[in-house]
Design a protein. Structure first.
Length: 178
């Protein structure tokens, strides 16, 4: 595994994130040596969904209104149905995501996470994947959607679903290490 000892990764999420899509990548990133911060729309804690039920919570390290892209080496967008819908409705969050692309920093999104990328207007021309239910949304925004476990196109890595997390984790560690 690549070492991420000098890397700081932002995880942008809100209430309703898919538990496995935040917890497992965060654990893998930390095990690879990264410093990981949970960035959200509010301070305090945000709550996960697991099997369509409310589940664990994680502590928010920084609100998106206080976060600066220059403080991070990469961005992770976990899925869940509620989470990206909430995140993409926040102007500061959308700008935060867009700024990672402006600065050509690595971004990783899984499952429904890429929905926020649509609002940030950064998917046009990108080869990417996601949970199948949002494939048409991504295509309509100009993405070249494919049904594959994990895809990297430039600074963007995307994956489909919780079952793909092992491959997703391996790839994002490689991409964040660059």
């Amino acid at each position: 595994m690549s070492t991420l000892s000098n890397k700081k990764i932002a995880v942008l999420a809100a209430d309703g994130y898919e538990q496995s899509e935040l917890e497992q990548p965060v654990e893998a990133l930390k095990n690879a040596g990264a410093t990981v911060e949970i960035v959200s729309l509010k301070s305090g804690e945000i709550k996960a969904m697991k099997d369509h039920e409310w589940s664990n919570s994680v502590k928010v390290d920084r609100t998106v209104s206080d976060a600066k892209v220059s403080d991070y080496d990469g961005l992770l967008l976990p899925g869940g149905v509620l989470n990206p819908d909430t995140v993409r409705g926040d102007e500061n969050a959308v700008k935060f995501v867009k700024d990672f692309f402006t600065e050509n920093k690595p971004v990783a999104a899984i499952c429904h996470g890429p929905q926020t990328l649509i609002d940030a207007e950064v998917v046009e021309g990108k080869k990417m994947t996601s949970f199948k239910a949002i494939s048409k949304d991504l295509q309509n925004a100009g993405a070249n959607w494919v049904d594959e476990e994990v895809i990297t196109d430039g600074n963007l890595t995307t994956s489909r679903k919780p079952e793909d997390i092992p491959a997703f984790n391996k790839r994002i560690i490689e991409e964040f290490a660059k």
